[in-house]
Design a binder for this molecule. Structure first.
Ligand code: UDP
Ligand code: MG
Length: 311
């Protein structure tokens, strides 16, 4: 009998676990065996206790506790590392990825599709502002990375063992999981199914505006060095503009005897050049910082304890 792993990163989801597990078990087809892997990403509420309790009654449910909060992306990677199934399904722990869609994901896989992605046709939880920012972010990301990543494709997906083994070879610590699929270019093996995302069952989103901004910058810098090229073009443009600027004042003086206006010209030149310098330096700095962090080769995550995961 083939086995399917379901990986669920959770961070302070105490109000969702019980309902989620019930819904998963009542939806998955019984022609497969299952393991349900919770990655507890440093929760500070009762999440760990609740999952431990469920684990003690059902050894198909497994729990890996991180020592601290590493973030959703790293939690998914940890799940991928320990999953033993012939395919792995990733889903959120707040019931926004409806378990009722599991039979569809699984039947696509049975029919030979190796990567089954999902696409939200709405998002009951997100504001218009969020949607506008998200589509702007994807435009920038796609331009910089020369990919065609789609908006509204959450991390709710099924990936066959074949691609899991490929994805496990990516070792970088700053990662956007969904972006890795574009890097390996698995489009011909991919199907996408649409769904309507309900509101969170319980609790609040863990992504505030600043966390999302950080994730956006991290993912852009993790996937592209184009910002460096843009900084180079920016500097070249500024260089030619300053030559034109200089020529203009030289000709004004030569033909009309006008001296360049003093204070404002000087002030503008200093501030424009100063801020451009800082801009280019900070782009370089962001990359150097990442080289520094990656070169330490630290483990992606550290484990505090595990339940039902011996062997
Ligand atoms: N999550 C996590 N670590 C974090 C933040 C979130 O494991 O640092 C989990 C969270 O518990 C949930 C999933 O990632 O299962 C998606 O998070 P959330 O629902 O807050 O994101 P949203 O749906 O609002 O984008
Ligand atoms: Mg959510």
């Amino acid at each position: 009998m083939k086995k399917i792993s379901i990986v669920i990163p959770v961070y302070n989801e105490e109000g969702n676990i019980q309902k989620l597990v019930e819904e998963i078990w009542s939806n998955v087809p019984d022609r497969f065996s299952y393991e349900l892997i919770f990655i507890n990403d440093g929760s500070t509420d009762k999440t760990e206790k609740i999952i431990e309790n469920i684990c003690s009654n059902d050894d198909r449910i497994k729990l890996l506790n991180f020592t601290k909060n590493y973030g959703h992306e790293i939690a998914m990677s940890a799940g991928m590392d320990i999953a033993q199934g012939d395919s792995v399904i990733f889903m959120d722990g707040d019931l926004q990825h409806p378990p009722s869609l599991l039979p569809k994901l699984i039947s696509e896989w049975e029919s030979g599709v190796k990567i089954v992605l999902t696409k939200r046709v709405n998002n009951a939880d997100k504001s218009l502002f969020y949607s506008v920012c998200a589509s702007f972010y994807y435009k920038i990301l796609n331009y910089l990375c020369e990919h065609d990543m789609k908006t509204n494709t959450p991390d709710f997906r099924l990936i066959d063992r074949y691609y899991i083994e490929i994805l496990k070879k990516f070792k970088e610590s700053s990662r956007l999981f969904r972006g890795l699929l574009y890097i390996i270019n698995a489009e011909s093996d991919t199907e996408t199914i649409e769904f309507v995302a309900p509101k969170r069952y319980s609790g609040k989103t863990k992504y505030n505006f600043f966390k999302l901004m950080n994730l956006a910058i991290d993912s852009i810098l993790a996937f592209s060095i184009r910002p460096l090229r843009i900084a180079l073009f920016f500097s070249i443009t500024l260089f030619f503009l300053s030559i034109l600027f200089g020529l203009y004042f030289l000709l004004e003086w030569f033909f009309y005897g006008n001296d360049a206006p003093g204070f404002m010209t000087l002030l503008l030149t200093i501030t424009i050049l100063g801020s451009s310098n800082l801009f280019v330096l900070s782009v370089i700095g962001e990359y150097i910082g990442r080289i520094h962090m990656e070169s330490k080769n630290r483990p992606l995550y550290t484990i505090k304890s595990a339940v039902n995961l011996n062997g």
